[in-house]
Design a protein around this ligand. Sequence first.
Ligand code: PLP
Length: 285
Amino acid sequence: MDSIAYVNGSFVPLSEAKVSILDRGFLFADGIYEVSAVLDGKLVDNASHLARLERSVGEISLPLPENIDRIIEIQKELVARNKLENGLVYLEVTRGADKGRDFAFPKGVKPTLIMFTSVKDIVNAESARKGIAVITVPDIRWTRRDIKSVALLAQVLGKQAAAEAGAGEAWMIEDGKVTEGGSSSAFILTQDDVIVTRQNGSEILPGCTRKAVVKLAEERQLRVEERAFSVDEALKAKEAFITSASLFVQPVVSIDGKTVADGKPGPMATRLREIYVDFARATAT
Ligand code: PLP
């Protein structure tokens, strides 16, 4: 059965959910998106995702067509209408559809807001038990990766290369250092037990899961360093792992076909995953 989507004020079956071919999200990738996980019917760390949404739209001078409280109401109504227990809510806002294809911002055009849900059992994902393989690709993206833009062609190509290589994620490399995964933040655990993840800045998306995991680790007196690391360092590390709203924490067991440590999910990634799942359950709204 068709799930229900939200399009500009209406809840409609997904197969009937449509926007104009003149929508600037379609023509220019002139839009921002967010993905929040749903656990036991509740939104995980959603305030963090909506704070990042507000920041992203602000950076491109795109006014939200609804206020944040209304956006939360719509997210919750969509979860309820779809009877979604475990999965994701995808949200996208674009600069709307004008009468033609002028690059400059249109005047008097209402931004487009769409949402849809998908079912995913993130907690019991097999890839979390087995760990995932990653490949590396050059980071060919623009220089404002802190904005969660829908322009994802570089990630599409990177993740396609990963899929063709039988890997679960592509780590993007710039100036000899890992920036992040195609749709995840990258971490390692050094031989002296320091959790390392790249510092926020315009080179990466400030991951909401990354932020929560760093805080949860620090609260437990685990050592965290926010700095760039190389693939070589990752291959010499005790562990590697990734975080995202749609995966939580997942161990990385190989990079470009070479195993990380013994090629098995490590205890730190496993522990941080459990800590994150507990946090997600305890704070979901
Ligand atoms: N980095 C990139 C490039 C992403 O696309 C994503 C998620 O889609 C992340 C990191 C992880 O961010 P979050 O934890 O907020 O899902």
